[in-house]
Write a protein that binds this ligand. Structure first.
Ligand code: DP6
Length: 328
């Protein structure tokens, strides 16, 4: 009844930003991502008849109340219901990268929790079932079940059983690097969930944004299969900027960027014009993720390190899917 799992964060190349159902956490549209090796979450879960509430420890801190605790406890309820057990759980989770700063810690966190908790509860789920379950914790977590490039399907069913991710190509298909420029430390002010809800409720661009996603998903899948860097750069930057434009048009407008984020956008585009194969993407935070082929990694790193306001640079590569590493 004790299991440990590892999962990596992922970065969306075509963004998920909006839900068609909040209770089941169903995305309004599909998305496409790369799972990032080099950053990981490691989570151990054990169900224990001797405790009267779930015990959750995140990065050496006991979390015993508040939204983070509720989110984990609610997720554990889903696992308990499915397994037909009532015991509470001990959850110990560690990230080896900054939590809550737009580096997708909820993606690796709920993917690792889905794998560890289901094994500890004696369940044996398929990857699609695990992906749909991880989605209930966080939409982007559904994609971290898979390694390499993955596509999230929005699905059409009310119960969300067809809303899960599927692999496009494994981690060894294309040796891209994702170099992350950390431009601010600390947790962001507006969570993705909150940002999406506000965009949905108040942004006049929300419907157009959602309508634009399915073509981007088709194109991104084809560009990945063909290893077409320029085409992927076009799609990924457009998807990122459209997502942020829809959020900025909400009321009050949501601006995740700082000055360094904007400087980096310009520097990446200038470097590309001058011949360096790079493109950027940005999630719900101020960090900038820059993609390049493996052979351009050093130049890309130098470009980011040389920018005023960049506090740290992390290099990642295509990573494996979420997996069990120990069970006792
Ligand atoms: C901007 O998966 O964190 O990173 O489902 O509400 O937990 P919830 O949202 P979350 O949203 C991720 C948003 C994004 C884009 C993406 O990863 O596709």
């Amino acid at each position: 009844m004790k299991a440990t799992a590892i999962a990596h964060p992922n970065i969306a190349l075509v963004k998920y930003w909006g839900k068609r159902n909040i209770e089941y956490n169903l995305p309004a549209a599909g998305s496409v991502s790369l799972t990032l090796g080099g950053l990981e979450t490691r989570t151990t879960v054990s169900f224990d008849g001797g405790i009267d509430a779930d015990v959750v420890e995140l990065n050496d801190n006991l979390v015993d109340q508040g939204p983070k605790y509720d989110r984990v406890a609610h997720f554990l309820d889903l696992v308990r219901n499915r397994a037909g057990i009532r015991e509470h759980a001990r959850v110990v989770s560690h990230n080896d990268f900054p939590t809550g700063a737009g580096l997708a810690s909820s993606a690796s966190g709920f993917a690792a929790l889905a794998v560890a908790a289901t094994h500890a509860a004696g369940l044996d789920l398929s990857d699609s079932e695990l992906s749909a379950l991880a989605r209930r914790g966080s939409g982007s977590a559904a994609r971290s079940i898979f390694g390499g490039f993955a596509e999230m399907r929005a699905g059409t069913r009310e119960d969300g059983q067809d809303a899960y991710a599927e692999p496009i190509c494994g981690a060894d298909h294309w040796d891209l690097r994702c170099v992350i420029a950390v431009t601010a430390h600390g947790e962001k002010d507006i969570s993705s969930t909150e940002g999406m809800t506000r965009t949905h409720q108040t942004s006049p661009y929300y419907d157009q944004w959602v309508d634009s996603v399915s073509l981007d998903v088709e194109w991104a899948r084809a560009a990945i299969e063909q290893r077409d860097f320029d085409e992927l750069a076009r799609i990924a930057e457009a998807s990122c900027l459209r997502m942020h434009a829809s959020a900025m048009a909400a009321e009050p407008g949501i601006i995740y960027w700082n000055g360094t984020t904007v400087d980096l956008i310009h520097r990446v585009r200038k470097a590309r014009k001058e011949g360096l194969p790079v493109f950027f993407t940005i999630d719900a935070g101020p960090q900038v993720k820059v993609f390049c082929p493996a052979e351009s990694q050093t130049d890309c790193e130098l470009l980011l390190r040389d920018t005023d306001g960049v506090r740290d640079v992390l290099v990642t590569h295509p990573g494996e899917g979420a997996r069990l590493i120990e069970e006792t």
